[in-house]
Design a protein around this ligand. Structure first.
Ligand SMILES: Cc1cc2nc3c(=O)[nH]c(=O)nc-3n(C[C@H](O)[C@H](O)[C@H](O)COP(=O)(O)OP(=O)(O)OC[C@H]3O[C@@H](n4cnc5c(N)ncnc54)[C@H](O)[C@@H]3O)c2cc1C
Length: 522
């Protein structure tokens, strides 16, 4: 049986670190939260579930296609939502009245196609479910005009379907989790090189469907930059693209499928560029005199082709609370003052790392940054998957904690950051830059505050204010989390009404009944 996360939080029970004792002082001084546990998730048996609404005649048909249909409480609750703050608030409270009526797990492309056709005929909404890590409401069980909804669990679309070592490409089944894909590729001396913070649980298909970005994407590129071809089952048939390195055969259809978030159909396989397993990795900490100076150093390195593979710069607030949560608040603050922590990382042969590091170090020093320690980099690499576990502990203690992300040009970066921070008064909002491009960079915000009496309304208001500010300041509504339900109201502001119309026409062509992931993306 495939490992599952808890339905109300991150990872398996007890698998992650807990909030350290010294965090209590930080919570008290920065957020006015006393650190006591004031809320716990409900037990599975206390979750409120609606009666399954599927036509009883349909279940045997879906069972005949896949041999894997579940309607039990656990399956429905586990496939009810993703992992955003709002998802977790609802799951912790046991509010699963709208949970999928059934969880259907096809084993291959033809079974996916048959399930979609059956659901289109029967008028049943379908939500594709990869790793379940969406943070934009992409998995919410919205039925649209339909009376019933299934979660299409892609876990059985598993395995490496082909590796071309000469061309450095691999065909991967969409339901593979990223660590499984990397383990299989390692046997060929290869890696995907795609490591989002959700790495342990996210799937290949989910990453393509949301155009995700890994932590080393400055060096390795985003998933869409590594996408060579896709195979997608839609209710109206197969949409597949040719695995060639480049083509001028019209607009790139594979890039229309990438980022389609299950609204057109189900990605069943992806051909991705893969990379030789690096012989060595080096991560280290630097201190920039200010966020602006650190950004300037990164910009110059990117333009000189000398940026590290991992290039991550925290602003003053994020630096402060990162150190405080690591138990280094007082000591480190005295030592580093208002400097900003940057993590730089390189992957490759030891010689290439040494050469690239020398060049980057020169650029960083030129902007006034100084080398801190290699330990800080190792510590970041060691604990980079810990944050989501700590989030569960913060929710137990009545803390609002959520992230926002955007991207813009280098010229607009400072103004966009200022606009987002101004839109979030009364919060502790830290920010980092973590994905560099020749023309600009991403900004990633972590927003912390004491929960008020209505935490859902509190976050909705904060999110709306921040997203309005992002749009007004010329940033994208999402750099890598995707649109889902949460960003859909702002999509027209980014791509225009005609742009939305083009996407809608595409959906209507692939999914005329409108069963695919209603209410997401569009
Ligand atoms: C703690 C945490 C950290 C994260 N860190 C990052 C990060 O560093 N970088 C980043 O980019 N994102 C990050 N995310 C967001 C999320 O992990 C990504 O969006 C990821 O790509 C989703 O993959 P998944 O397999 O979990 O997809 P799911 O969450 O299962 O699905 C995401 C969306 O895609 C659709 N979908 C899933 N699979 C398919 C398919 N095969 N075909 C068609 N549609 C499909 C779903 O219906 C849904 O709308 C993070 C999320 C969390 C909770």
């Amino acid at each position: 049986m495939r490992r599952e996360q808890v339905f109300w939080g991150w990872g398996e029970p007890g698998a992650g670190p807990s909030l350290p004792n010294h965090a209590t002082a930080f919570l008290r001084s920065e957020l006015g939260v006393d650190g006591a546990v004031i809320d716990r998730p409900v037990a599975l048996e206390d979750v409120r579930l609606g009666e399954p609404g599927l036509d009883p005649g349909l279940l045997p048909r879906l069972e005949a296609i896949t041999g894997a249909v579940r309607t039990d409480r656990e399956a429905r609750v586990l496939r009810c939502r993703g992992k955003s703050y709002l998802d977790l608030l609802a799951q912790r409270a046991g509010a699963c009245e709208g949970a999928p009526d059934a969880v259907v797990a096809p084993a291959d492309h033809s079974q996916v196609a048959a399930v979609l056709q059956t659901c289109a005929e029967a008028g049943v909404a379908v939500v594709p479910f990869g790793g379940g890590t969406s943070v934009v409401g992409g998995l919410e069980p919205l039925r649209g005009p339909f009376g019933a909804l299934i979660s299409l669990d892609l876990a059985r679309l598993d395995g490496v379907m082909g590796v071309d070592e000469r061309s450095l490409t691999a065909v991967l089944a969409a339901g593979m989790r990223l660590p499984e894909a990397d383990r299989a590729l390692a046997a060929h001396g290869l890696t995907l090189g795609h490591v989002p913070q959700s790495y342990e649980w996210a799937t290949v298909g989910g990453c393509v469907a949301t155009r995700s970005s890994g932590q080393a994407s400055t060096g390795r590129g985003r998933i869409d930059a590594n996408l060579v071809a896709v195979r997608c089952a839609t209710p109206l048939g197969e949409l597949a693209t040719l695995a060639v390195p480049a083509s001028a055969a019209g607009p790139a259809l594979r890039q229309l499928v990438a980022g389609s978030e299950g609204a057109l159909g189900v990605i069943t396989a992806a051909t991705l560029r893969v990379h030789p397993l690096p012989a060595a990795r080096r991560y280290e900490g630097w201190l920039a005199p200010s966020f602006e100076a650190g950004c300037e150093a990164f910009r110059r390195l990117e333009h000189a082709g000398a940026a590290p593979d991992v290039a991550r710069l925290s602003d003053e607030d994020e630096t402060r609370y990162t150190l405080a949560l690591a138990g280094l608040g007082g000591i480190a603050r005295r030592a580093i003052g208002d400097r900003c922590l940057a993590i730089c990382g390189w992957e490759g042969s030891p010689e290439a790392i040494a050469r690239r590091r020398r060049e980057a170090a020169r650029g960083l020093r030129r902007e006034g940054a100084r080398f801190a320690t290699q330990r800080a980099g190792r510590q970041w690499a060691h604990s980079r998957f810990a944050g989501p576990h700590l989030r569960d502990d913060l929710l137990d203690r009545g803390v609002m904690v959520e992230t926002l992300e955007t991207a813009t040009s280098w010229s607009n970066l400072a103004a966009l950051r200022a606009a987002v921070r101004a839109a979030l008064p009364g919060t502790l909002t830290g920010c980092h830059v973590s994905h560099l491009y020749p023309t600009g960079a991403s900004l990633y915000f972590t927003v912390l505050a004491r929960q008020d009496a209505d935490p859902v309304a509190q976050w909705r208001a904060a999110k709306a204010a921040a997203t309005d500010a992002i749009v007004a300041a010329g940033g994208t509504v999402t750099h890598h989390h995707a649109v889902g339900r949460d960003h859909a109201p702002w999509l027209a502001a980014e791509v225009g009404e005609l742009g939305v119309g083009v996407l809608r026409a595409l959906k209507d062509r692939c999914d005329p009944a409108g069963i695919m992931n209603p209410g997401k993306l569009l």
